[in-house]
Design a protein around this ligand. Structure first.
Ligand SMILES: Nc1nc2c(c(=O)[nH]1)N[C@H]1C(S)=C(S)[C@@H](COP(=O)(O)OP(=O)(O)OC[C@H]3O[C@@H](n4cnc5c(N)ncnc54)[C@H](O)[C@@H]3O)O[C@H]1N2
Ligand code: MOO
Length: 413
């Protein structure tokens, strides 16, 4: 294995990460549990939708011809021969010169071809006085106008959102075939780390990365086992990654991947035949590990600096989780927007910079400024809380000036 290869591009590294993962197998899921899963098979409509012509208004089903001349001055009075609430099994035809009282959603009876809303009547029960004309088909929802029988309502590969779940329910399906939700094991490493809230001596800090990555992985649709902080001890890490580890589809570690004497993730994993530790031409997030454990489970070993861990998760971890969920192509990436810079910053030559920025709506469109008031330091974790996006600065740019346009990956709505 080359130990001193030059930095690879973010795109090349992402391609190698994505080669480690594939969509998880489909399972049959009740609609109540389907939110956020990705459909593994097209859903088609077994019948037309709406299934039957029905009323769009509370009112009276009539023949348009019978009320063509109706007005306030010349009302038309018709006998009411049927009363049709929603759910009525209206199969009896109404004769010319009669009306049926009908509620929204009730089937339009044979013989009727228009609905007069109740507001244009005296709301009569035995007879109805109609004071406005109706055109042919007025307020009738035609059978099949939403979906034709046999049509695809939702294609495989689509993420199940609330309105897509409603579309599936509306064609009478209670379950769908969807890719299983990925399980991810998250651990941070470092002997300086303590559980947030516990007493700290000088030199110790709270573990924030395992919470950051756990929340980010959940937001990306994974279920998470958060192991917390493992000390910089090879045996402890080997145990955490060993046979007793929970069964997961991806392991993500943070920390211990650079050049230090106690960089234990690298020390333990570098011996595995399918693991590699490589520099990526990005800032932050340069040192990255990727590959597989002995049993084949994919691993991403992210750098420990909090901003580096987050940026690395966004660039590599999130797309990997989305690919496990069954998404592909552009759906693996967050939307990018363009924004005008209002406070400049510098960027290292030769590294694609991913810098947390605050986005605001300016007079001439979106504006961006660094979230941290002291630039792009990868330790500035609290400044992440302010960020709405990550500005992506190309490798050859070393200074971003006021008025420049930058691409920003939106990380907050
Ligand atoms: N001699 C060199 N030193 C470093 C290099 C290098 O190339 N040569 N690269 C630097 C870069 S770039 C990065 S990024 C970091 C990555 O280091 P590690 O992945 O080994 O991370 P650690 O050393 O474990 O920690 C770095 C930093 O982040 C803090 N940290 C770690 N984990 C957490 C956590 N769970 N919660 C909060 N904070 C955490 C840790 O205390 C350190 O301050 O290496 C540079 N060094
Ligand atoms: O690559 Mo490191 O991630 O700059 O801080």
């Amino acid at each position: 294995m080359p130990t001193h290869e030059g930095p690879r591009t973010v795109a090349d590294h992402l391609a190698e990460v994505l080669a480690l993962v594939a969509a998880l197998p489909p399972v049959s899921v009740p609609l109540d549990d389907a939110l956020g899963l990705v459909l593994a098979q097209d859903v088609t409509a077994p019948e037309a939708l709406p299934r039957f012509a029905n009323s769009a208004m509370d009112g009276y089903a009539v023949r348009a011809h019978d009320v063509a001349g109706a007005s306030v001055e010349h009302p038309v009075t018709l006998p009411v021969v049927l009363d049709l609430p929603a759910g009525a099994d209206a199969q009896t035809a109404i004769a010319p010169g009669t009306a049926a009282r009908i509620m929204t959603g009730a089937p339009v009876p044979p013989g009727a071809d228009a609905i007069v809303p109740v507001e244009a009547t005296d709301a009569g029960v035995q007879t109805v006085v109609i004071t406005a004309p109706a055109t042919l088909g007025a307020h009738v929802r035609r059978a099949g106008e939403d979906v034709a029988a046999g049509a695809v309502v939702l294609a495989a590969g689509e993420e199940l959102t609330p309105y897509r779940i409603a579309a599936i329910a509306s064609v009478g399906r209670a379950e769908v075939l969807a890719h299983r939700r990925p399980r991810v094991l998250l651990m941070s490493t470092g002997s300086e780390l303590v559980v947030p809230g516990e007493a700290m001596r000088h030199g110790q800090i709270p573990d924030s990365n395992s919470y950051l990555l756990a929340a980010a992985a959940r937001a990306a649709g994974a279920s998470v086992v958060r192991l917390g902080a493992v000390p910089d001890d090879a045996d402890a890490l080997r145990a955490a990654l060993g046979a007793d580890r929970p069964e997961v589809d991806l392991v993500i570690t943070s920390g211990g991947v650079s050049q230090g004497a106690y960089d234990v993730v690298k020390e333990v994993l570098i011996g595995l035949p399918q693991m590699r530790f490589v520099p990526v031409a990005m800032q932050p997030g340069k040192p990255q590990g990727l590959g597989r454990l002995e049993d084949g489970t994919p691993v991403l070993a992210l750098p420990g600096n909090p901003v580096s861990a987050f940026v690395s998760f966004e660039a590599f971890g999130r797309p990997a989780l989305l690919a496990l969920r069954g998404l592909t192509g552009a759906a693996l990436h967050r939307p990018r927007v363009r924004a005008r810079v209002t406070e400049g910053w510098s960027s290292p030559r030769g590294r694609e910079q991913h810098i947390p920025v605050v986005l605001t709506e300016g007079e001439h469109g979106l504006e961006a400024r660094p979230a941290a008031n002291r630039g792009s330091g990868s330790h500035l974790v609290a400044s992440l809380a302010l960020a709405d996006g990550l500005a992506i600065v190309p490798r050859d740019v070393t200074a971003v000036g006021v008025g420049d346009e930058v691409a920003v990956v939106r990380i907050a709505p």
